[in-house]
Write a protein that binds this ligand. Structure first.
Ligand code: V47
Ligand code: SF4
Length: 357
């Protein structure tokens, strides 16, 4: 599907919320009021449907040239536990689950200077060859920028090459929080928020849809969160290429940031404010692997309409101490969604409904 075909979901007749109103809303509203507002929007869009995907995560390397202070996943090449999967190992990982009806492969890794451009192309071609019908959602804007700088290629060139090799969509990682001051403290080596947005804009222009995220619950304020959401909304006004927003609750284990992470109420407040502000982004995800399953179920009443998927096997949040399962079965996912009061709808990467085989 062309990313520009995504539905525009702003509600005609309703004034969209601005920065000042958003800050007032968060300061003055009870959690119940916020939940009701967000749930009204979510219900008007999807009634009681909740989306999920049969997916597989592939983290091809944890070796990373950056050292983001919140990240417990990345390793230096010589560090114990550092790994890089060969193309053969990637092939094996995909083949090992070929008997399962996986609809999406989510592929991300660290910025490993040893990996050549051809490795990325071969990786995509291998997965595409083995899984001709699955959506391939791969490489964050940070990885696209890394390759573009290393080889002197434009973002457009890298994204077009990858699309030809099998890429369908970009995941939302690497956005963190756009505030330059906070980025300096959290991830000084990482690309700026401005460049992250430019890469997503280029993807959208090339009809590659993308997701977007915000890492929250660490040292940021509500002002920072609102600014970040407004920047995403502004780009979406121009391109319509974002499919889904995922607020990522900071996981405090095994990293040097040394702050606590958001509690359950902050998680659902964040979901509700996202649904209210992002009136043009179709889907809001309650990412159970980071929030916990119970909080994600609650999140469905606070504006979220997507529960992510089976995953198997989540590594980034778990390196930072997430105490959730590393994966779920389809029937577990459906049970969690139903017991929260919603109808589970299986989807593909582009959020189109999938009929189970
Ligand atoms: O980019 C790293 C974040 C992201 C921590 O697009 C952390 O559908 C919390 O982006 N605590 C990767 N977060 C995960 C991600 C994602 C996940 C699921 C679905 C999609 C999607 C995208 O995880 C990284 C970084 O922002 N991260 N360390 C941490 N300690
Ligand atoms: Fe590397 Fe990504 Fe971890 Fe930052 S968050 S250190 S870029 S793997």
């Amino acid at each position: 599907m062309n990313s520009l075909d995504q539905p525009k979901i702003g509600q005609p007749g309703n004034e969209r919320i601005n920065r000042v109103q958003a800050m007032e809303l968060i300061k003055k509203s009870t959690i119940h009021d916020l939940g009701q507002m967000a749930n009204n929007i979510r219900t008007s869009l999807y009634n009681n449907q909740t989306f999920f995907v049969y997916n597989q995560h592939l983290n091809f390397t944890n070796v990373c040239a950056n050292a983001c202070r919140f990240c417990a996943f990345s390793k230096r090449p010589e560090q114990e536990g550092a790994y890089t999967l060969s193309i053969d190992q990637i092939r094996e990982a995909v083949i090992s689950r070929l008997d399962e009806p996986v609809d999406e492969i989510h592929i991300v890794g660290g910025l490993n200077p040893e990996l050549e451009y051809d490795y990325y192309l071969e990786l995509l071609e291998t997965v595409r060859g083995l899984r001709p019908r699955a959506g391939i959602k791969a490489f964050t804007a940070v990885e696209i920028a890394f390759l573009s700088d290393k080889y002197g290629f434009s973002h457009e060139r890298v994204l077009s090459d990858f699309a030809r090799a099998g890429l369908d969509a970009l995941p939302g990682g690497g956005a963190e929080v756009f505030s330059p001051l906070l980025r300096q403290k959290l991830c000084p080596e990482k690309i700026s928020g401005k460049r992250w947005l430019e890469i997503h804009q280029t993807a959208h222009i090339l009809s590659i849809p993308t997701n977007c995220t915000l890492l929250f619950g660490h040292i940021e304020t509500w002002e920072d969160r609102v600014e970040h959401l407004l920047a995403l909304r502004e780009l979406q006004d121009k391109t319509g290429g974002f499919l889904c927003f995922i607020p990522l609750p900071y996981q405090p284990g095994n990293n040097e940031l040394g702050v606590r992470g958001p509690d359950g109420l902050d998680f659902v407040r964040m979901l509700a404010m996202s649904r209210i502000i992002l009136d043009n982004i179709p889907h809001i995800k309650a990412y159970w692997a980071f929030s916990g399953i119970k909080a994600a179920q609650m999140g469905l009443w606070y504006g979220a309409d997507d529960f992510d998927g089976t995953i198997v096997e989540e590594k980034i949040g778990h390196a930072a101490g997430a105490d959730t399962p590393t994966g779920l079965t389809i029937s577990q996912l459906e049970d969690y969604i139903r017991s929260a009061g919603f109808e589970p709808i299986r989807r593909n990467s582009l959020f189109q409904p999938v009929q189970p085989l």
